[in-house]
Design a protein. Structure first.
Length: 467
């Protein structure tokens, strides 16, 4: 692998416009850093591409040498797919241009953009792109895997709001995919992850929004069951302007948290209302009535503030491990399992995240995108978050134990952006009856599985004797 990285360097360095960073270089340690410290690795070479031609050159050089290649946008891959040991990282962090067309409500973004890059540019025109909730997340990985966040119910998934992709494929060709050009590839890119190429530009659909009503509150442990029972039934009839997320966790030791709740199991409710504030008031009051009065707040916040509020809770350099799944209905036995798990939570930063999809996301048919079936509206993410390597085993075991107990009540399916690196066996589950179709697209555009550091869709093996 070391010889291969040297060969890649020799092939690239004369014509490469970006930066080629090797282990002996002074900036290597900072450049190789990724978000999830649990999957930190040591690449042989990091190619920080300056433009599309740099991306094409790196793919050609990697293919010629057979070196393992990882693609990095923001480095937020939970599974660690944005890096590798000894291989090549194709790093898009220098490609963060955003161009907004306010009249058409469209934006063109380069492949290395962070969510914050997009939000800052689009908000200048009073527009939003529905994306995730942590501003230092890379947009490419989020969008290609589907993309859920605060605006999912109002405007749909991130991938539902892409009008077109431009990508470099495994043979280094520059390809466009939209409803008219390469429509099968366009279908696959909306939920199929990084299996098909390096996306260098996205054309995004934007929507008018500059602020939301944000309501928050904490429910003490004895009342959590009642909260969850109310939430599961309430959300089925809730208007699409309402997004209500619940996190089961230990209450943080912060000034705004009542003293008697700090360090104890709680359910944190976070709600946003995207419509007229007065129209949303009764819905928010109903939810907040189930929270401790001393913990409740409700205010209008700018969209940019909303999009950065979770940044400090999920910083670079901590250790993260997840498992995820869907429920058609959160039954009482599943609530029992969740409450049992909360009582044994191993880290003060770990969360059991519950969200309800539905709304605009549910209006897209199961066969319209690779993301697929949206008919199971309850999405669960078990997210362990800790700092010390010595605590890896207990945190991973805790997540796996809860998942094992909840699995029988879950429906088939998994959101690939919430998958860890040990779940390759679940990849077909993410695509259900769309599996054959997505494998066919993979086989056409990446027959040798060059792009394999992802929740991988292996191409079909060529039939012996076929040309």
């Amino acid at each position: 692998m070391i010889e291969a990285s040297e060969e890649v360097y020799s092939s690239l360095h004369r014509r490469f416009k970006g930066d080629l960073v090797r282990p002996s270089d002074s900036g290597y340690e900072d450049t190789r850093a990724i978000w999830n410290a649990m999957v930190a690795r040591a690449p042989g070479i990091i190619a920080r591409c300056a433009d599309v031609s740099d991306v094409q050159s790196t793919i050609r050089a990697a293919a010629e040498t057979g070196i393992l290649a990882a693609i990095r946008c923001g480095g937020h891959s939970l599974a660690g797919f944005s890096t590798c040991d000894g291989g090549l990282v194709i790093d898009l962090s220098r490609m963060r241009q955003v161009t907004v067309d306010p009249e058409a409500r469209r934006a063109r973004i380069a492949g290395g953009c962070l969510l914050g890059s997009i939000d800052t540019a689009t908000q200048k025109a009073g527009l939003v792109f529905p994306s995730g909730v942590v501003s230092h997340t890379g947009a490419s990985g989020l969008i290609l895997g589907g993309g859920t966040g605060w605006l999912t119910r109002r405007f749909g998934l991130s991938c539902d709001n892409v009008a077109g992709f431009t990508l470099v494929t495994a043979d280094s060709s520059l390809v466009r995919a939209n409803l008219k050009e390469n429509p099968d590839l366009f279908w696959a890119l909306r939920g199929g992850g990084g299996n098909f190429g390096v996306v260098t530009e996205f054309e995004l659909k934007l929507h008018l929004l500059t602020s939301v009503v944000l309501a928050e509150g904490l429910t003490p442990e004895p009342k959590i069951r009642g909260l969850l029972e109310c939430w599961r039934d309430f959300m089925a009839e809730a208007p699409i302007d309402l997004k209500w997320n619940i996190d089961l966790r230990l209450a943080p030791h912060r000034e705004k948290v009542p003293h008697e709740l700090r360090g104890h199991p709680v359910a944190g409710s976070s709600l946003i209302w995207t419509g007229d504030p007065e129209a949303g008031r009764p819905h928010l009051q109903r939810a907040l009535s189930l929270c401790s009065p001393d913990s409740v707040s409700s205010k209008i916040v700018p969209f940019l503030k909303l999009q950065t509020m979770a940044d400090a809770d999920f910083p670079h350099g901590r250790r993260y491990y997840t498992k995820s799944g869907y429920f058609s209905y959160l039954d009482n036995s599943s609530i029992d399992r969740l409450l049992e798990a909360l009582a044994t939570i191993p880290s003060s930063e770990t969360q059991i995240e519950l969200a309800y999809l539905g709304g605009a996301a549910a209006r897209i048919g199961a066969d319209e995108t690779a993301f697929g079936d949206r008919s199971f509206p309850f999405i669960l993410n078990l997210l362990a978050n800790w700092s010390e390597p010595s605590a890896d085993a207990c945190n991973v075991a805790w997540i796996r134990g809860i998942f094992h107990k909840l699995r029988p009540s879950m429906k088939p399916g998994v959101y690939i952006n919430f998958m860890s690196g040990d779940e390759q066996d679940r990849v077909p589950e993410a695509y259900h009856e769309r599996w054959d179709r997505i494998v066919a697209v993979k086989s056409h555009y990446d027959p040798n599985n060059f792009f394999r550091l992802n929740q991988n869709i292996a191409p079909r093996k060529p039939v012996a004797g076929s040309s």
